[in-house]
Each structure stands twice: as C-alpha cells, then as structure tokens.
Design a protein around this ligand. Structure first.
Ligand code: GCU
Length: 599
C-alpha cells in the first residue's frame, strides 16, 4: 500500500478535526444511556453532551456532519451491537486469495500470513468505522483454516495489536473461530460440546484471550456450513454447540455470534424435495429459547445468499426468544463485486423496516481492503457508510444517507452527477441480471458475470428450473416446497398467492409460464427482455454522465478510476443482457414485442 488513503474520500475522519466552535461535555449524571448523546448548535457553537466517552465521540462525528443551526436533539443507537465482519484469510488461500470475496485489494490487517506493518492505516479504518457508528469488528474469515485458527492461541499478540487500534475508537474486536479448535489447537480427539474436556479447553482458551485483551468482544462461528465442522458430527444441536462457547465467554462479558447459514451444500439437483431456502428455519426455529443469553444468532437477510433480490429470511420473524443479528453483505459478491455501481442501502432499509423490532444486532460483511480508496470502486464506499448509519438508525432514508455521504465526500459541483449515478443503481443492476427474484445465473465459483445454467445441475441448491414453458421455483404450500409456510401472516398468504406475490419476487416463490401476466401488465418474458435492454442502456448512460464531469472536479485519479470501472460495468451489463435474453428467447421461442436484437 502506498500513497494517500482518504477516509470517505476526504470527509469524515480524513483528518478533519473539531474546531473551537464545538464544546464537548462528558457528564455521567446527564441521564443518557451508553453511547447516546445530545447535540445542539446555536450562534455558531455546537454543544455535545454525553454520559460516556463513546457518546462524546459519536456526537463529535455528528458535529462534523452538521451544517447550520440545530435545536437540541438526542441520538441513541437502535441496537447496541453494530458489527463489521472481515472475511480475511490471514494467509493467502489458494482459491479464495487473501480476503474471501474481497474486491478491494489485500487485507487491512495481514499480509500473506504476517501482521501488517501499517497499523496507522488500521487506526484510520477504525476512525472511519466509528464515524458511522460501528462498534465491533471481527477480524478473520468465517471459514477458519488451520493457520487462521491460531489467532485464538499463539497468535493472540497480533489480535491485541489490532485491538489496541480499534479500542481508540470504542470498537471491540472479535475472532472467527473453528468449532473444531479443541482438536485442531488443543490436541483433543473430539470437539463434542458435551465432553467435559472440550468445555474445559474452551474455558481455558477464552481465559487466555481475556488475559491478553480484556475488552475482547467474543467469537463468530460458522458451524456445519459449507464444510466447516460443527455439532452435528456428535449428534448435538446448534444450541448445544453455541452454549459451550457462550459459557466460556460469559464470565468476561463476551458473546458468540453463531451463524444460521446452515444448509445441505451437497444436494442432488434431481432431488425436488429439498429446498435450500427452508434450511435455516428448519434447523434453528425448533431451538428458539435454548440459546444462552450471550449467543446472538446471525441470520443472512434473505433465505439464500445475498442475491440482488430475496424476500426477508423468515428466521428473523420467527425466533422471539433468541437474540438475533441480521447479516448484510457490503462486499458485493453477487451485486457487481465493486466493479459495478450498486448502492445497496435501499435493499437493507427495506429489510430493516420488516425486522427492526426483532433484531438485536446488525452485522455487515466488510467491503474494505488496502486499496487506495478503501473499496476499489470509490463509489462503493457509500455502501459501508450507510451500513453503519442504518445500524445506528434503521429509520434513516437510504437516499438521504447517499446524499449525506456525497456531501461529505465530493464538492457540490460533482454531487448531482454522483447522485444520479448511484440513486437507482441497485434497480439498474437487478434489471440486467437474474430476473424477478430467481437469483444466481452467475458464473460458478467466482460469482461474477452471467452463466444462466451455471448452477442448474450443481450441488448447491440454487436452481431456476427454466424449461420451454416457464421458469421459477415453486415454493408454495399448495404445490411446491412449502417454504411460504415458514412466514407469519400476512406474508405467508401474500407470497403463496399469484394474486398478491410482489412482481419482483415472483420467480422466487412461483414457477410460471413465460406468458404469465405480472401486476405491471407485462408478460414475464417481455419483462425479462425490457428490463435487460433498459438495464444495460442505463449503464451506458452512466458512462456518458461521468465522462461529462470535468476530471478536476473530483481529482484526475479518482475520475479515471470510476471511468475505468464504468467501462467494465457496460461490458458486463451487455454480456448479461445478451446471455439472459438469448437464453430465454431460445427456451420460450417468444419474440421480443419490440423486435430488438436478440442472438
Ligand atoms: C457465500 C460465499 C462464501 C461464504 C459464504 C458464507 O456462500 O460465496 O464465500 O463463505 O457465503 O457466508 O459463509
């Protein structure tokens, strides 16, 4: 890493300091809760009052965003736990690289197995996260390989060095740990959570962690998922497994983030009785009430896997006696991989509007790396920015947050163009990729670019079932997998019925003929053609808009970077358009009503 690394491209935390027109008062008797603050600005002077240091810090960052007078307002975080998780491999993985699904260069923390020597950059990152309200970070990949497992034991000093940088900004660090750690690290012949030696191993290992890092946050665990070890091997439940780690952490105030991403990843595509969408609910809802108080069940926001469009996961609506975290993915694995502009907060905000009352934590998979702009595509910063702001206050308007980020980042002369490029970019992306909620159709493995049948005959459980007559997955109770029955009412009936299922989720829940007429009045096939032509055309327009912005308005380097990524987005969007349209034209034999070019 060399050169400058602007935070929010020169906005918050990028060296901006508080002037003497900001008065900070820490008053433990002010009656505010932890992290909360009251802020006002009058006569050109901003006052911030909080009961603790963290509250003062959040108030200070708010002061930097302020523009004009403000009558006193009190702000408090919606959830106490606002975490960013890094899928950092520590050692470069032969297939996944340094950061799994990382599209922003290398790691911020490790370089091919060794702790970074740029801890100042880690400090900058901590400030950047704190400026939007993040207060927890997990440092390593949820897939824990043998080398990374050692962070928990003999490499703890590295974790401590990172924790010291994050602590300055009131951020606690967490580690992803392997469920098999008692075997891999402890030399035991079992990881059975009922075995006393296993319990003792976790207790002792955890005690050592806290002796080194007294404010350590806890563990993140991906168990019985995509090949990771877990309690199923011993005939135990996930509550049995999670509770052993929770017991080890409890004396120190630590927590376990236990992931609900558990499904059969060795499915036979011929087997129509198994539905991956059902898996998390089937595994976890019977355990509601059985998890220890310091276990947070971490649930991906949709039932499958961070697709451009999914319904909300029913698990988030069905476990009232369990602490829940909703998991978002800022790293744009299935949404353009930080080469395409795709502003995701409108998606997250709509999820939060459904689950906000049910979740205790918001987790975001980080999209930052050692790239000069943090996120490869400079505009992808806005996803991380808004992820933090929405975790603090899910009621915030995602487009207002976009403008907030733009205002802190770009000069007024560029603001309009950036806004136009980004505002509808999720809808544009959805337009030229997999249609109507059916998902996938991506290139297997790297998940970039179109491959309509790439996963159709695979073991991963992600199928679209297109044939000459129709497309989509029948997840109804009446004739399909019964997944709609996992929702509470009114959603269970809304998704079940073709009359009420929203167009954008139609193919997630139903298999319909190409001639099925959507609520929009179009047939499914015409919708596919239209959205793909329109989506690709919208990207071509974005290129023109950006080119018309004089480079010096935003700096030549940044201008060139965005222009380069937009060129790739156009190429890729055209490829998507042509492959999807051609595929469905060939399957259905139905021509485009507008006679446009299909191959
Ligand atoms: C996706 C992703 C994997 C990741 C997994 C997870 O399947 O492709 O790289 O490990 O999600 O969230 O655990």
């Amino acid at each position: 890493m060399s050169g400058v690394h602007p935070a929010w491209l020169g906005g918050l935390g990028g060296g901006a300091g508080l002037g003497d027109d900001v008065v900070l008062t820490r008053d433990p008797l002010c009656g505010l809760e932890a992290e909360a603050y009251t802020i006002a600005r009058s006569g050109g002077v901003t006052t911030v009052v909080a009961a603790d240091e963290a509250g003062l810090m959040y108030g200070s960052f708010h002061a930097l965003r302020l523009d004009g007078e403000l009558a006193a307002q009190t702000h408090r975080p919606f959830v106490a736990r606002r975490m960013v998780q890094h899928w950092d491999n520590v050692f470069v993985h032969p297939v996944m690289g340094q950061v799994e699904r990382g599209y922003s260069g290398g790691s911020l923390f490790w370089e091919d197995g060794a702790l970074t020597d740029d801890l100042d950059r880690v400090g900058d990152y901590a400030r950047l996260l704190a400026s939007v309200g993040i207060n927890a970070v997990s440092l390593n990949n949820v897939n824990v390989h043998a080398g990374e497992a050692r962070l928990l034991t003999d490499r703890l000093s590295e974790v401590a060095a990172l924790a010291a940088r994050f602590r300055q900004y009131h951020i606690r660090v967490y580690l992803s740990v392997s469920f098999a750690a008692p075997m891999v690290l402890g030399g035991l012949d079992t990881a059975d959570p009922a075995d006393e030696r296993v319990k003792a191993w976790w207790a002792a290992a955890t005690q050592r962690v806290y002796a080194t890092i007294p404010d350590f946050g806890g563990y993140v665990v991906k168990a019985d998922s995509e090949g990771q070890p877990g309690p199923f091997a011993y005939g135990r439940t996930h509550a049995d497994g999670a509770n052993v780690l929770a017991a080890a952490l409890a004396p120190f105030g630590g927590e376990v983030y236990w992931r609900a991403f558990v499904y059969n990843h060795r499915q036979d595509w011929r087997d129509r009785s198994t539905d991956r969408a059902r898996a998390a609910y089937d595994h976890f809802t019977p355990l509601d009430g059985e998890f220890a108080a310091n276990v947070v069940l971490q649930v991906k926001h949709g039932p499958i896997d961070f697709q451009p469009r999914e319904p909300v996961s029913p698990v988030l609506l069905s476990m009232p006696r369990t602490s829940l975290a909703v998991e978002f993915q800022a790293t744009q694995e299935y949404t353009g991989q930080q080469r395409h502009v795709c502003y995701l907060p409108p998606m997250w905000s709509s999820v939060l509007s459904t689950v906000a009352g049910a979740v205790d934590a918001v987790v975001t998979v980080s999209n930052a790396g050692d790239d000069r702009y943090w996120t490869n595509h400079p505009l992808a910063q806005a996803n991380l920015y808004a992820a933090g702001r929405l975790a603090w206050d899910p009621a915030l308007d995602p487009i207002a947050l976009l403008d907030e980020w733009i205002g802190l980042t770009f000069p007024p002369a560029a603001a309009g163009v950036v806004h136009e490029l980004m505002r509808d970019s999720w809808a544009v992306y959805e337009g030229y990729t997999s249609p109507l909620g059916v998902g996938f159709m991506v290139h297997p493995g790297d998940h970039y670019g179109p491959d309509v049948d790439g996963y159709e005959y695979s073991r991963w459980g992600t199928y679209h079932f297109a044939d000459r007559d129709g497309v989509g997955v029948d997840r109804t109770r009446a004739t399909g997998t019964g997944f709609t029955g996992q929702y509470p009412q009114p959603l269970a009936d809304e998704y079940e019925s073709l009359d009420t299922c929203p167009d954008e989720l139609l193919l997630f829940f139903h298999h319909v003929p190409y001639t099925h007429v959507l609520h929009s009045g179009k047939t499914v096939i015409q919708h596919i053609y239209d959205t793909h032509f329109q989506g690709a055309a919208a990207v071509a327009e974005m290129v023109g808009r950006w080119a018309a912005l004089p480079p010096e308005t935003v700096g030549e380097d940044l201008h060139a970077r965005v222009a380069d990524r937009l060129r790739e987005q156009v190429r890729s969007a055209n490829e998507w358009r042509d492959q999807i349209n051609t595929y469905f034209h060939r399957k259905s034999g139905i021509p485009d009503a507008q006679g446009r070019r299909i191959y």
